[in-house]
Design a protein around this ligand. Structure first.
Ligand SMILES: Cc1ncc(COP(=O)(O)O)c(C=O)c1O
Length: 325
């Protein structure tokens, strides 16, 4: 095959070859459940809350990751390549999800990992490697060049033609795929809530939300307003809002209060969370309700976007408690 020249614009012109349903049937996913979250705080404010358990769809591919990846895989098929190159940190849920999707669907996957090879010992990267992902560890300086055409051309020369999926699946194909999550909302709702890293999932949902519905994102990174301009550039709608007060110290950082919240939530509802994304989201939902963020009578849906990567809640909780994040 002639070397394919990487072109950032191409990913925006999509021609889907498989529907979300067809991909899911191939992968034998479970249908996500809507679980009521009953709590005196919510009943006291006359707010009803259901959790869309995307995490239950699949142990490794469940959550929002699959939705962001599926649009990109269609793009790879369209371009006639079965090789995917993507990026992530050493604990990236995205890297593992791409590796696992590649294993199951017959795509060759290459992961460029930020940092030293010693981090290759962690569970996420070991699972990615076991799923067949070829990992390359690159320095932080090199990683910063990840969007530069010259950098990508060099990798293309080394590895052959590939489809590039940006870090976190954050591109137009990822946003389009994320919008497919709405098809699982089979009950009436007014307001959605999700955790945000790149903002791709929120943007994809905001773009497709029916008239009159709203979505609030909980930013897990530190930095007031940091995602607003990006999302504004992606979606013209003004049906969304980002909250910045629930980062608990920044990305992958947490504080003891968050861990006791996770434990309490698990005991009371059976819902497992992790401290990087979902625990911050669930904490924020309760706190916002307490602060009268939602008007009485509002029907909320919280999107559980996974992140547990097939680990048990106890593993995640103990690791977080020991400072592993
Ligand atoms: C569990 C979980 N929740 C939320 C997010 C945030 O998604 P996004 O980067 O699309 O904002 C991620 C990252 O993909 C995640 O792993």
């Amino acid at each position: 095959m002639a070397a394919q020249t990487w072109n950032a614009g191409r990913i925006d012109r999509m021609d889907y070859q498989q529907t979300d349903r067809e991909w899911r049937e191939t992968l034998q996913f479970h249908a996500p459940e809507l679980q009521p979250w009953v709590d005196p705080v919510f009943s006291g404010k006359d707010v009803s809350v259901s959790v869309l358990r995307l995490d239950l769809m699949d142990a490794l591919l469940g959550g929002n990751k699959w939705f962001k990846i599926s649009g990109n895989l269609n793009e790879a098929l369209r371009l006639g390549t079965r090789r995917i190159l993507t990026f992530g940190g050493a604990f990236s849920n995205h890297l593992l999800a791409v590796a696992e999707a590649g294993r199951r669907l017959g795509f060759q996957t290459i992961g460029l990992v930020r940092g030293e090879a010693t981090s290759g010992k962690n569970d996420t990267l070991q699972l990615a490697q076991r799923a067949g992902m070829k990992l390359h560890f690159i320095s932080r300086e090199e990683y910063r060049q990840k969007d530069q055409p010259a950098f990508l051309r060099a990798w293309q020369e080394a590895e052959g033609p590939f489809l590039l999926i940006p870090e976190g699946g954050a591109n137009a194909a990822g946003r389009k795929g994320a919008g497919d999550i709405l098809q699982y909302l089979s009950i009436p709702y007014d307001h959605l809530l999700c955790a945000c890293g790149t903002g791709t999932t929120l943007a994809g949902l905001a773009a497709k939300l029916p008239e009159g519905r709203r979505i609030t994102g909980i930013c897990v990174l530190k930095g007031d307003g940091m995602l607003d301009d990006k999302i504004r550039a992606w979606v013209p709608q003004s049906n969304w809002r980002m909250e910045y007060a629930y980062h608990f110290g920044g990305y992958a950082r947490h504080q003891p209060g968050l861990l006791s919240f996770m434990q309490g939530l698990y005991v009371e509802t059976g819902i497992p969370t992790e401290p990087v994304y979902s625990a911050k989201l669930f904490y924020a939902v309760k706190d916002l309700a307490l602060r009268d963020y939602f008007t009485a009578g509002t029907k909320l849906i919280v999107l559980h976007c996974g992140g547990l990567q097939g680990k048990t809640f106890t593993d995640v909780y103990n690791n977080a408690k020991a400072g592993g994040g």
